[in-house]
Write a protein that binds this ligand. Sequence first.
Ligand code: NAP
Length: 164
Amino acid sequence: MTTIVVAMGEKNEIGSNNQLLWHLPKDLKHFKELTTDHPIIMGRKTYESIGKALPNRTNIVISKKKNWFEEGILIVGSIKEAVKFAKKINENIFIIGGGTIYEQTMELADKLEVTLVKTNLEADTFFPKIDPKIWKLSNEVCHEKDEKNQYDFCFQTYEKLKTE
Ligand SMILES: NC(=O)c1ccc[n+]([C@@H]2O[C@H](COP(=O)([O-])OP(=O)(O)OC[C@H]3O[C@@H](n4cnc5c(N)ncnc54)[C@H](OP(=O)(O)O)[C@@H]3O)[C@@H](O)[C@H]2O)c1
C-alpha cells in the first residue's frame, strides 16, 4: 500500500517559504502514528524544511543534486528509485510531500490521508486537486480548535476507486 499524507487548507494550500502554514500538534501526532516504523519518501525541499531525519522510520529523500550526504537519510535520484527501496523495507510506504512530489505520485498512490485544515491562507505550494472520479472519501473524523491547535480540522481518508 502506497499512502500519501498531507495537511492542506481549503484551497489545497500546504506551504509557504518552505514552511508549513500552521502549528497543529494533534496533526503532528496523527502523522507520527501513521508513519512510525514505515519508510517515508519526501522531496529535498521538504527534508530541508523539516531539518532532520524523523526518528523510527527510514527517511528517503529525492534529489537530483549529486555528491551530498547527510546522516540518517537515504538519498535517491528519482521517485521510481525511492519507491523501489521503500518497498524493500516495508510493503506499506508513505509519501510525505512536498508539492512537486505529490504532483508526481498521485497516480501511483492507493490511499490519501488528508488533514483538511479549515482555513484559507496565503501559500506558494499546493496539493493537487482530489478528483472525485478517482478518489472516494472513506472516513472522516473532525476536531475543533483548542488552546494548542489553532484551527478546526478533519482527518480524511480517501481510497482510490478501482478501474476495470
Ligand atoms: N502541509 C503538508 O502536509 C506538507 C508536507 C510536505 C511539505 N510541505 C510544504 O511544501 C513545501 C515544499 O514543497 P516543494 O514542492 O517546494 O518541494 P519538494 O517537493 O519537497 O522538493 C522539491 C525537490 O525534490 C526533488 N525532486 C522532485 N521531483 C524529483 C524527481 N522526479 N527526481 C529527482 N528529484 C526530484 C528536487 O530536488 P533537487 O532540487 O535537490 O534536485 C526538487 O527541487 C514546503 O513549504 C513544505 O513546508 C507541506
